[in-house]
Each structure stands twice: as C-alpha cells, then as structure tokens.
Design a protein. Structure first.
Length: 185
C-alpha cells in the first residue's frame, strides 16, 4: 500500500498532519507492515500558510502509482484551482483507487474533475466555492463517495485519518490508534 501525501505552498499543516499521523501509525503498530508513503509536491520548496517549511520526498512525479492520494486544504487552494499545471498534476491521480481531501483540498479534487456527480464537503467558508465541482455540498465531517473521500475542516483531518485506518485495517486498528493518540471521537 502506497500513500501520497500532497503538500503545497499556502496549505494548512494540520490538514496534512491530522491525517498523516494516524495513518503512519498503521505501520508503526504492525497493522500494515508494508505501508509506504511519500510527501509529494509540485514544487521543490514548500511552505505552509505561516512559513513552516515542508520537505517533499517526490517532486512533480505522477500520482497514479499510489493507492491513496491525500490533499490538504489551505488558502493556497484558492489560486491553485486556476493553475493548469498543478491541476494536471493532481489529475495524474485518476487511476489511483482512492482520492482524499481535507478542508479546501476538495476544491483541488474538484478542479481536477474527481468530484463530478458526487457529493462532497469542505470547510464551511468554502461551501459556495465547492458547489461548482460536485452535485451536492454536505455539512458532514467525512463524506465517503467510493473512490473519493472528503473531510470538512481542519480538525476533521484527524477524523479522516482514523476513518481511513478503519477502512484499511479494521475497527481494532482504528481504536488502538485513537487511544494511542488520546483522541476523543
């Protein structure tokens, strides 16, 4: 199992880390010993909204070889939806079995065409922006539409990470990881 964690300038780091932390614990605790991941970016230099530098392990590599692609949100999404090169790169995940977003990362999934005919969620402040990409915007923490899963706002990234743990490794794995994180769900 290979996961691509997408990072970009202007992202919200918690959107990334909230999903990353529970998922990588699947390997640490032996639930998925063959789990591998990369931090994938379109640019070599990546900083979150407040300047925290994130070092990608893959730059501009196609995303189609991954089993899961996870895209965070952040104010950077507002300009990236109009960046044809970036959106084409996200679009390279078309063959990926599972495309996932947190917060306004759903706008990037939408701009790449992955939300057509689906319901989705995002941060409440971006509901109107998301409407043009999907059939229905819903106010739920995690929305599973088969090969596309979206999560609402920043803290829902932890809910999403735990949801994916259960989807990949079962309820016992999810509960063990939730308890280790001391997370109340």
């Amino acid at each position: 199992m290979r996961i691509a964690f997408v990072v970009f300038n202007g992202m919200t780091t918690m959107d990334f880390i909230g999903a990353y932390d529970p998922l990588v614990r699947l390997k640490r605790y032996g639930y998925m010993p063959d789990l591998r991941w990369d931090i994938c970016a379109y640019t070599e230099d990546v900083h979150d909204l407040d300047g925290l530098r994130i070092v990608p392990t893959q730059v501009r590599e196609p995303l189609g070889a991954y089993d899961i692609v996870i895209i965070p949100g952040g104010l950077g999404t507002r300009t990236l939806v109009d960046d044809a090169g970036f959106i084409a790169w996200i679009g390279s995940a078309a063959s990926c079995p599972l495309k996932v977003s947190v917060c306004t990362g759903s706008l990037l999934l939408g701009a790449a065409g992955f939300l057509a005919g689906r319901k989705a969620t995002t941060h409440r402040s971006a509901f109107a922006d998301l409407q043009k990409y999907c059939v229905l915007v819903v106010d739920e923490r995690v929305v599973d539409e088969g090969e596309v899963i979206t999560a609402r706002g920043v803290t829902s990234s932890i809910d999403l990470g735990l949801y994916l743990c259960e989807k990949l490794a079962g309820r016992e794995a999810r509960e063990h990881i939730r308890q280790q994180m001391d997370y109340q769900s």
